[in-house]
Design a binder for this molecule. Sequence first.
Ligand SMILES: [Mg+2]
Length: 412
Amino acid sequence: MNKTIFHIDVNSAFLSWSAVEELNKAKREGRTAVDLRTVPSIVGGDVKKRRGIVTAASIPAKKLGIRTAQPVTDAFRLCPELIIVKSDFGLYRARSAELMELLCGYSQILQKMSIDECYLDVTDPVSKMAETHRDTDVRMAAIKLAHEIKGQVHDQLGFTVNIGISSNKVLAKMASDFEKPDKVHTLYPDEIQEKMWPLPVGHLYMAGKASARKLESLGILTIGDLAQSDPVMLESHLKSHGRTLWEYARGRAGDVVRTDRWKAKSESVERTLPRDCIDLADAFQELSKLCRELSGRLYNHSFRACEIAVLIKYADFTSASHQRQLITATREAAEMEAEARTLFEELWDGRPVRLLGVRAGKLVTEGEPVQMSLADFAKERAAYSKKQKADNAMKQIRGRFGQDVIYRGDET
Ligand SMILES: [Mg+2]
């Protein structure tokens, strides 16, 4: 199945973040302030001496020819009324963390690329949106979700982002770089001829100045020219990078959003039941399905859970949850199910249940040490290595043939 990947990029991040901070400060102090984004302004350098290098420039400043990395003195020559504010990296880190936190609410498969940009794999939420709205297909749902996220970032955090949408990372990144600010763009593989091929070759992701110069000297001026070149010829001039760029120009790139640098805190699945559940056996059956789905997700991202929680929403819309720490971190459906059953029995008060959920919390990644008590350790050690082997074999099979092709004997 094709993935849906967003590339989210804050528009003039440092400048926007400084502008929002200035506005908030003015508000607190009961005075009016100009929005730095709407006038020629820059961040960076020595504010008093008007020296140093421009770290960020507002769009009105850019229109006057002021550029990032330019000496501040040159910028003032271009615009004597320029407003200059000093950089505040503590502030930028805080804003960045708030943004990533907000985005994690939409999907926890988030790969932070720099302080102001990240990839977000929204395959799951988007396909769910498309499923629930009959008149919406996956691409429409993706655009809808992107606008929702963009709006929420603006309303909650006060700054704008561009969101590029595609089925792989490079195309999503290229799309977010189209017209700015505050825009959503798509660039699916079937749109590259129209939207990407006419662009200068230097605009391609990873085509640095040296590569672009080399390609231009070979008569390759646009991304389209590159896509239609002979990859062997490109390799002879640019080594393996030549082929990589050729692949990108043809819209081929990876679609795995790596969460290792931004660790998810939890994964959860929940389901509104087709009819309210009043029977323990029915609830157990539902929990079993949920745990299998959850286990699949943990396998996909190489996570293990150190905590399991069960969530109940009753027919009268009140809800309750119950959680427990595990002695050994797990991603086994059967183990999570056993825990979920106990938690459910302890939590349920017998009223009709409308929705059930299971959450895997305190996630740890593959290589991370997992804490066990000494008594457990001896007992578990023998079983563990055996199970680990089975796990790995299963993971390989699932990776190749899909989540549902294989379960442990004790898992069904
Ligand atoms: Mg940016």
